[in-house]
Structure formats: structure tokens, C-alpha cells
Design a protein around this ligand. Structure first.
Ligand SMILES: *Cc1c(COP(=O)(O)O)cnc(C)c1O
Length: 462
């Protein structure tokens, strides 16, 4: 392991972190390079030892110290390098740098899954008794994680309609430590008013945290709109092939963790395990990213596997191409469904005439395309939905999004089954609602598959 690789790929402190540095391989680390170029090159370079062009899978747990002084300085966080893969790994570090670069953030921290990333993020922000405000329109698993398991840590969530600024302001109290939203929210594709939320968060002296999983940085970069932290389930569009669980937290580096004494103790108070250093004082705009590796991953243990980082790096290379195609297919399918006699509503922004505000928000925050996940409602209700889902041949009936393959799900009989009908409706997943995640296949084939499925489902339920 050469010092160059470890220095470049570890959490970054030097001026190359703004993405301006270019290595001997001509890799685009950022700067003036376009999004597509950075999707292929950012964070990686030819392997300095072998010249291997594709990023090696460092399937490796631990790293040899040069000598005792080197080991001591690594453990003191005075030198950047690799100790043990629960904290940092070169393949994972390449992915962290690439995602941070694409989001326009200061540093990234990858975790074993999107939920692991959320767990790690809130461990940094919360103390027992603290609260955060979250959108009531979130991935179902996040609602459960926040509302149930977080309670065991005495962390509390206040779910509100986050596109209602008065509701958000009213929910922010003395112990509120963050606002959490999805840029493009599951399952209906609801767009969050990020700039307005960033202002509310800044006024309260708390960070805006944005789950950018469904939009991806290709469609929306929340940090440009004022978000402080971005979190991803890389399991979805970033990896894109349905092969690898993963998560990532990207820090903008802009939030002042020390502004209110005692508020963010993990980041702004002395850390006994590292000789009393204070991350915010010692590392400045890298405080969150350093804490996330040196304490978060060290103690929570939910590190990303190197193989998963490799698969996800491969996926990110084609992110712009896939997202373009998936958005095109999704919009065309939404328009087709909106004209279908059995369909009473389609939630896709710009297609749903009943939601003009959503159309405006999508035009502002997602100018390239409004994503590939949306819902539609069947007049035939629950039974027609179940029949339609079962009759699909090309669309796979499963609980995932963001695959190159088109996916279909009836939330009320699967992911949202345990909720009351009222709760299902509040989550945008009523009995008559079907969710699609549109892939990159030939559009005519997708249209034909849905048409035959809907035709066969007719009359059964309504
Ligand atoms: C899937 C998903 C998550 C959770 O990610 P995992 O990788 O499954 O743990 C969080 N947020 C959103 C928007 C998701 O789609």
C-alpha cells in the first residue's frame, strides 16, 4: 500500500478535497469535469502498484504499520491511512470519495446498508432525550427505524408534513437536533422544497439531512440547495443492479457543530477515546467524516464490504445513462397510464394534474427528470391491484427500487400490510395503489406488459 493511495483515498484534509487534484492517470477528481466524467473517474486512479485500471477489491481486514511511530500516529488520528477495514478500506474509500464528489460534499462515509448509514448519522447527532423532525412521507423502513427502534436509545421523532413550513416550524423544539426528509420521497415520488427547509433548519441552528436515494446526485444535489448532510441507500440506483446492500453519508462540511455549546456533543466536545481531541476543533469541515470513521464505524461496526463497494463503483459509472433512460421510460409510462381507463390517478410529477405544486417543485429541484419511482391507483381497488401485480411478466414483483429491471409492488398487500387503511393512505400507499420502479428495458415492452396485466385484472376487483 503506497502512501500516495492511502493519503489520497482516506478521509481528506488537504486541498485536493475540493476535487481539484488530478493524478497521473488523468482521473477526474472533480473541479471542472462534468458529472458523467466524475461518475466514471472520481475517487479512483490506476492502481499505483500494478497499473490495474479498474479499482482493485481490497478484500482485506488489516494493514501493516511501517513502524511503531506510524502505528501510534494512525491511532492518534494524526496520520491518514488504513488500520482495520471496520474503520477504512481502500475500495470503500474510493466509493466514499466518488459519492462525496458527485454530491458536492466534503467527505463521505459508507456503511453496510442505507439503514446502517441512518443509524450512524443519528448516533453522531443525538443524545438520549433528543428529538428530530422527519417527513411523514418516507421509505417505510425509515418510519419503523425512526419511530420504533430509535426509541430504545431515547431518541424521538416528530413526523410532520415537511412541505408545510408552519408544521415544520411548530415541531421544532428545544431538543430538536435535525430535520430529515427525502428529496424525492417513496413511494409516490413527492418532491421536498429543499431550499425552504434548509432555511428553516438554519434558523433553528440544526442541520437539514436529506435522503437522496431516489433522486441520486444525477437528478438532484441537495447540498447545492442548502442541505448539510446527505444520506443514501446505495442499494438502489447508485449500485443499480440489485446486487449489493450499502449506504453512505455525505457531509457538506458547512455546518457549525460548535455554535451552540453542548448541542452536538459527539462532534464538538472532547472525545476520551482519542486523548480528548475535539473533532470539530481538530478537523473542521472534515469533523463529521472523521468522527463517522473513527468513532461511528468503529463502535457501531456496520462497515461496507469491499466487494459491495466494488459492485457499487461499477454501478455509479453508468448512473447518468441509467437515470436518463429510467426517467424517460417512467415519464412515458406515467403518461400512458394516465390515459388508461382502469387508472384513476398517476402520481408522477408533471403528469398528475391534481398536484401543481409538485410539478413546480420537480421543475425546480429535478430539472433533468422526476425519477423512476411512482405510484398509480386502480379503479378496481385492492383485488385488481393484486391481480395486476401477479399477472406481470416483465415487471418483477418484489420490494426494491432502482434496479435496471422494472419492478412492481402493491404496498397494501406487502410492505404496508401491517398498517391500518388510514395509515396506508397517509403514507401514499392505499389499497388501490401500485408502485412502479421503472427500469431501462425497451419502452414498448413495458407498456405491453402493463397493458396485458391491467386487462387481465379488470372485472375481478371492481
Ligand atoms: C431502501 C431505502 C432505504 C434503506 O436502505 P437499505 O439499503 O435497504 O438499508 C432508505 N431510504 C430510502 C429512500 C430507500 O429507498
Amino acid at each position: 500500500m503506497s502512501g500516495d493511495v492511502s493519503g489520497r483515498r482516506g478521509p481528506r484534509r488537504e486541498e485536493d478535497a475540493d476535487g481539484s487534484a488530478k493524478d497521473a492517470g488523468g482521473a477526474a477528481q472533480g473541479g471542472g469535469y462534468g458529472f458523467e466524467t466524475r461518475s466514471v473517474h472520481a475517487g479512483t486512479q490506476p492502481d499505483p502498484l500494478t497499473g490495474a485500471r479498474q479499482t482493485p477489491i481490497y478484500q482485506n481486514t488489516s494493514y501493516v504499520f511501517h513502524d511503531a511511530d506510524h502505528a501510534a500516529s494512525l491511532f492518534n488520528l494524526q496520520t491518514y491511512g488504513f488500520i482495520y477495514s471496520r474503520l477504512t478500506n481502500p475500495t470503500v474509500a474510493a466509493l466514499e470519495e466518488r459519492i462525496a464528489n458527485l454530491e458536492g460534499g466534503r467527505g463521505g462515509t459508507c456503511c453496510a446498508s442505507g439503514h446502517a448509514a441512518q443509524m450512524m448519522l443519528f448516533t453522531a447527532l443525538m443524545e438520549p432525550g433528543d428529538r428530530f423532525v422527519a417527513s411523514q412521507r418516507l421509505y417505510g423502513g425509515s418510519i419503523t427505524q425512526f419511530g420504533k427502534t430509535f426509541k430504545k436509545f431515547d431518541w424521538h421523532v416528530d413526523f410532520v408534513d415537511t412541505n408545510d413550513p408552519d408544521a415544520v416550524a411548530a415541531a421544532i423544539g428545544e431538543r430538536t437536533r435535525a430535520i430529515f426528509v427525502e428529496s424525492l420521497a417513496n413511494p409516490e415520488g413527492t418532491v421536498s422544497d429543499l431550499e425552504r427547509l434548509a432555511r428553516l433548519a438554519a434558523d433553528a441552528g440544526i442541520p437539514l439531512v436529506v435522503d437522496n436515494t431516489l433522486a441520486t446526485p444525477y437528478l438532484c444535489r441537495p447540498i447545492e440547495w442548502g442541505a448539510d448532510l446527505v444520506v443514501h441507500s446505495t442499494t438502489k440506483f447508485l449500485s443499480g443492479n440489485g446486487t449489493s446492500l450499502g449506504g453512505c453519508v455525505v457531509d457538506s462540511g458547512r455546518f457549525d457543530w460548535g455554535a451552540v455549546p453542548g448541542r452536538y456533543r459527539s462532534l464538538a466536545e472532547p472525545e476520551p477515546a482519542y486523548h480528548g481531541i475535539t473533532f470539530w476543533e481538530s478537523f473542521g469541515d472534515l469533523a463529521f467524516t472523521m468522527w463517522a470513521h473513527a468513532v461511528g464505524l468503529r463502535d457501531l461496526g456496520a462497515a461496507m464490504a469491499p466487494m459491495n463497494a466494488f459492485q457499487t463503483l461499477l454501478g455509479v459509472e453508468t448512473l447518468p445513462l441509467r437515470m436518463q433512460r429510467q426517467c424517460e421510460n417512467a415519464r412515458a409510462l406515467a403518461l400512458h397510464l394516465a390515459e388508461h381507463p382502469q387508472v384513476q390517478r398517476v402520481s408522477y410529477p408533471g403528469v398528475d394534474a391534481t398536484a401543481p405544486v409538485q410539478t413546480e417543485l420537480a421543475a425546480r429541484y429535478l430539472p433533468i427528470g422526476a425519477g423512476a419511482v411512482f405510484t398509480f391507483e386502480l379503479r378496481g381497488g385492492y383485488d385488481a391491484c393484486v391481480r395486476a401485480v401477479e399477472r406481470c411478466n416483465l415487471f418483477s414483483h418484489l420490494a426494491n427500487v432502482g434496479d435496471t429491471r422494472s419492478l412492481i409492488l402493491h404496498p397494501a398487500s406487502t410492505t404496508h400490510r401491517q398498517l391500518s387503511e388510514e395509515q396506508q393512505r397517509a403514507a401514499g400507499a392505499g389499497p388501490e395503489t401500485v408502485r412502479l420502479s421503472v427500469g431501462i428495458e425497451t419502452l414498448e415492452d413495458l407498456v405491453a406488459d402493463l397493458d396485458q396485466a391491467l386487462h387481465g385484472a379488470e372485472g375481478v376487483g371492481g
